[in-house]
Design a protein around this ligand. Structure first.
Ligand SMILES: [Zn+2]
Length: 264
């Protein structure tokens, strides 16, 4: 079977285990069904997720020009504390910024290799945790806008990481953590502006990824250097496809690539 199209991050559905989908214009693929099968990935070209032109991708699936122009790629996406829509201040497009920033956001703790703090829209839970490859997570604060979530994350970063170690996450080099205890310990560092939004009764959520074998020494597939890859799929974790020969393919990291996927 051949599937061809523009890569965007895998869609997911929580379950035991999590279900993953690749969604192309004319094709739809449940990736779980490829486990233990020989899969080829053939890189064809790039196509910017915004303008649709065949231009080299700069970041987040966008070409250089789009990345520095469109509201979906502004600084406040990566740095929520830079959000200004709650003050009525425009960055690139106030209507877009109000729509995205002025809605419930959650500050959470997620454990993918070690405990980290993060921010996401309420509507993105548990999608965000799945994308990060977290095997457990807990919500700690739910606030009415992105700015308040951002300043809470910044305050907590002094006491807990905000980075994922992707190699450790993929090797499943993980430790079970008591996230309720972490939350209780971090409560005192939540900024005054967000203190009233603390969630004290939530419990840990556990996530189950479809993985048969974890790679011992994950090495990342670079489509430009290796435009033709073939391997047996052994698992899916976060936004990565894990192959038998230790190759891992970051689907989200390759948004904007047009590929042909063949399943044997
Ligand atoms: Zn573009």
């Amino acid at each position: 079977m051949n599937y061809e199209g523009l890569l965007t991050k895998m869609q997911t559905e929580n379950g035991s285990p999590i279900q993953y989908y690749l969604v192309f214009d004319n094709d739809f693929l449940n990736v779980n069904q490829l486990l233990n099968k020989l899969v080829t990935i053939n890189f064809l070209n790039y196509q910017c997720l915004n303008c649709g032109l065949q231009k080299k991708i700069y970041r987040q699936g966008f070409c250089y020009d789009c990345f520095f122009k469109i509201p979906q790629a502004a600084d406040w996406i990566i740095s929520p504390e830079k959000s200004k829509a709650h003050l009525g201040i425009e960055e690139r497009d106030l209507a877009y910024e109000e729509k995205v920033q002025l809605q419930p956001h959650v500050v959470y703790l997620a454990n993918s290799s070690s405990v980290k703090v993060g921010v996401t829209r309420r509507s993105q839970i548990p999608t965000r945790w799945i994308d990060q490859g977290a095997h457990e997570a807990i919500e700690i604060v739910e606030v009415p806008n992105r700015y308040l979530a951002g300043i809470t994350e910044v305050a907590l970063k002094s006491f807990v990481s905000d980075k994922t170690n992707w190699r450790a996450m993929l090797k499943n080099d993980i430790k079970d953590e008591d996230l309720v205890a972490w939350r209780n310990k971090l409560k005192q560092y939540i900024p005054v502006e967000a203190a009233e939004y603390y969630l004290e009764n939530n419990t840990e959520i556990n996530l189950e990824f479809p993985v048969l074998t974890y790679p011992e020494k994950p090495k990342s597939l670079n489509l430009e250097k290796n435009p033709f890859f073939e391997g047996t799929l052994k698992g899916i974790k976060g936004q990565y496809l894990l192959f038998e020969d230790n190759t891992v393919f970051n689907v989200r990291g390759n948004e904007g690539a047009v590929v042909r996927i063949t399943v044997n």
